[in-house]
Design a protein around this ligand. Structure first.
Ligand SMILES: Cc1ncc(COP(=O)(O)O)c(C=O)c1O
Length: 386
């Protein structure tokens, strides 16, 4: 059950951007029982909990196969390797979603080709992706950023017409939907992270690769464990990346709550949308996130744009409210990529967003008076009140 008031508390507690400890507090008895079950079982890797969670997650998404791995980054790596992508290949992705996605591509020996994003949804521009396709391009890898599905109509058409794989990075979008289909199930592969702060988070690392394609699923299963089939017989090049029993058991406790949690995230987003000045009063230089039609946004993060970001962050911090920047350095500006491409990609929308994005607290257990505290503080700074 989600409670919505902490009126009894006299001083404002530290409010984090996301707070997995509150989900533990809410589910403590079930999580502890699940952990105890695993410890007593003596099975810690690829056992019954993991197999059951794979089935339950696939059923939740409405797809045929789910393959548990050790992290979201590994989900991307396994999907790429299982797709036969490696040295000599290019993969088109975005630069505004942090480092894991381009790093996953680079780590399998392929070249990330970074393209710009749509200024409203912050997700891959299909037009920019089309312009970036070259003779070595093998896949499109859009990110459903902050919980908003990318434009899967345009990107699916583009991938089909250009003969490319479509690999969805759904690490921030568990339960999000595009035209009634859960994201992750539209492309050839969908990749999920269970990092603790995600909409469905473990209490450690974890990830999942999903697909409807039997052959790709079989390859992904082999890739995640040394290319083995059966055990100790390597049929293809693999890595070691397994979702452990403890995390799988915890995720099984959490999965049945995911829809309710996403609904609460949307409710909080709606409260922000109503209470904060938006585009209509652009003189306050605050832009609220937009939701594209036909897409079910699950607000992994609530990201606004502001000019006076440092000022707002300081005011929030002064009232015990955390905030975040997702992400301050677009991937093409990271020192690791100095000299990597013949010329650095030109990404004006991505660059502008990096200067202005600000993440406000949002998580299912957030209380109504905490939302109010965030709203009051942001409004005050925007109006230059003390
Ligand atoms: C968009 C995106 N892709 C990939 C990842 C990688 O996930 P993980 O941290 O589980 O490796 C993350 C999570 O940080 C992410 O947000």
């Amino acid at each position: 059950m989600i409670t919505t008031s902490n009126a009894d508390e006299s001083s404002p507690a530290q409010l984090l951007v996301s707070d997995p400890s509150r989900s533990y507090a809410a589910l403590r008895a079930d999580v502890d029982a699940a952990a105890a079950r695993v410890f007593a079982s003596g099975r810690f890797i690829l056992g019954p909990e993991e197999a059951a969670f794979e089935e339950e997650f696939a059923a939740y998404l409405g797809c045929r196969h789910a393959i548990g791995v050790a992290s979201g980054t590994d989900a991307l790596r396994v999907a790429l390797i299982a797709s036969g992508i490696g040295p000599g290949d290019d993969v088109i992705t975005v630069a505004n979603a942090g480092d894991p996605t381009p790093m996953a591509i680079w780590s399998v020996g392929a070249v990330p080709r970074l393209v710009d994003v749509d200024p409203v949804t912050y997700t891959m521009s299909a037009k920019a992706a089309e312009q970036a396709i070259g003779p070595r391009t093998r896949a499109l890898l859009p990110v459903h950023l902050y919980g908003q599905p990318a434009d899967l109509d345009a990107l699916t058409n583009l991938a089909r017409s250009a003969g490319l794989r479509l690999i969805e990075d759904a690490c921030q979008a568990h339960g999000a939907a595009h035209r009634q289909r859960r994201v992750g199930t539209v492309g050839d592969f969908g990749c999920f992270s269970f990092y603790p702060t995600k909409n469905l988070g473990a209490f450690g690392d974890g990830g999942m690769v999903v697909t409807d394609d039997d052959e790709l699923a079989e390859r992904a299963r082999l890739v995640r464990e040394y290319g083995w089939k059966p055990r100790n017989r390597a049929l293809l090049r693999g890595i070691n990346s397994r979702l452990d029993e403890l995390q799988a058991a915890i995720l099984r406790v959490k999965l049945p709550h995911l829809d309710e949690w996403n609904a609460r995230r949307r409710e909080i987003a709606e409260k922000y949308r109503r209470a904060l000045p938006g585009l209509a009063t652009a003189d306050l230089s605050l832009t609220l996130p937009g939701e594209a039609p036909g897409r079910y946004h699950v607000y992994h993060l609530y990201v606004v744009q502001v000019d006076r970001r440092d000022e707002i962050r300081a005011a929030l911090a002064g009232r015990g409210i955390g905030s975040g920047i997702h992400y301050p350095n677009p991937a093409h500006r990271q020192p690791a990529f100095d000299g990597f491409w013949d010329s650095r990609p030109c990404l004006p929308v991505t660059e502008a967003l990096a200067q202005r994005v600000l993440s406000l607290p949002i998580f299912p257990e957030m209380l109504d008076d905490e939302i109010e505290r965030v709203v009051t503080t942001v409004r005050r700074v925007c109006r230059r009140e003390s």
